[in-house]
Design a protein around this ligand. Structure first.
Ligand SMILES: Nc1nc2c(c(=O)[nH]1)N[C@@H](CN(C=O)c1ccc(C(=O)N[C@@H](CCC(=O)O)C(=O)O)cc1)CN2
Length: 284
């Protein structure tokens, strides 16, 4: 079934839900999903609407302009339209750890993600065979801190050549520059192995063990220049017992990371995540 998804952000006022649903009804659209949220502090309105295209009265190519003229301009809307006949293109960055990569690839192989994976980039060779077993191009680009911008230029060139829409850092252990991130704003998803904002940075499980925590967790967030400080998309936790070792925490944590990251990817793929400043609205 051909579907369209409309994402709206605009100043809040009465009547928006009515005019949008009337627009879809007037043009014979059958609404499949619709959700909205008002951020009262910011006075902002958010909506996600998904409808069947098959019997819709407007041609796909005309919807943007007609909606803009009939509603968008009047309500000062920022809006985006997406159609499910084009799968988003996701690049994955990895280093040495394989658990998140395996989880993503197994879900991809099982058809859980409506996505294309044109390439996987790594600063280590360790996961080359895993990636190539899934018949996905693997690009080994070792990090050279003295030439970080040149390395990132190579990565960006590959991403642009492959028309990548968004990037997943699946335990990629290199800090991205602000210039890199500016090219993919709120389109780089990282899995951090702690329940942020606790234990940012490297080795959070070791820090958690030393702190004697009773809960550990994982956080999927959009990447910003400040490390592990971007808009949170999904989190989960697990209880820690007094007899758990660091190795136990790492194993328990990795199981949480996989589920949290896969949920974040799915929400992003379905256009359910809306970043507002450093927070998110998620239309589950
Ligand atoms: N600009 C950003 N880049 C990255 C983020 C981010 O939030 N903003 N998240 C990290 C992932 N990460 C924790 O989740 C993380 C990765 C790497 C490091 C780190 O200290 N790396 C060292 C090198 C380590 C190595 O070579 O093994 C470094 O870059 O100097 C901390 C946290 C991904 N990137």
């Amino acid at each position: 079934m051909q579907k369209a998804t409309l994402i709206i952000q605009c100043p809040d006022q009465k009547g928006i839900v009515a005019v949008v649903s009337d627009f879809l009804y007037k043009h014979h659209g059958n609404i499949l999903e619709i959700d909205q949220h008002v951020d009262q502090e910011l006075g902002l309105f958010f909506m996600r609407a998904c409808w069947e295209l098959d019997s819709f009265g407007l041609d796909k190519s005309a919807i943007q302009e007609v909606f803009e003229q009939e509603i968008g301009l009047r309500f000062k809307m920022d809006f985006q339209l997406y159609f499910n006949d084009r799968k988003p293109r996701m690049a994955i960055f990895v280093s040495k750890l394989s658990h998140c990569l395996f989880d993503i690839l197994s879900r991809y192989y099982a058809g859980q993600f409506e996505v294309e994976i044109p390439l996987i980039i790594s600063n280590h060779r360790d996961l080359k065979r895993v990636v190539e077993a899934f018949r996905i191009p693997f690009h080994y680009i070792p990090m050279d801190k003295a030439n970080k911008s040149a390395i990132e230029d190579k990565q960006i060139a590959l991403l642009e050549e492959n028309h990548v829409d968004f990037i997943v850092l699946a335990r990629y252990m290199q800090i991205l520059s602000g210039d890199f991130i500016k090219k993919y704003p709120n389109r780089i998803i990282n899995i951090h192995h702690s329940f942020l904002p606790a234990f940012v940075g490297a080795k959070p499980y070791h820090a958690a063990y030393q702190r004697g925590v009773k809960i550990i967790g994982a956080t999927a967030h959009y990447v910003t220049e400040e490390l592990d400080a971007g808009p949170i998309i999904e989190q989960d936790v697990s209880r820690v017992r007094h007899h758990n070792t660091v190795a136990d925490l790492v194993q328990m944590g990795q199981d949480i990371e996989k589920v949290v990251l896969s949920k974040a990817i799915k929400y992003h793929l379905e256009h359910k995540v809306h970043a507002i400043g450093n927070k998110t609205v998620i239309f589950y």
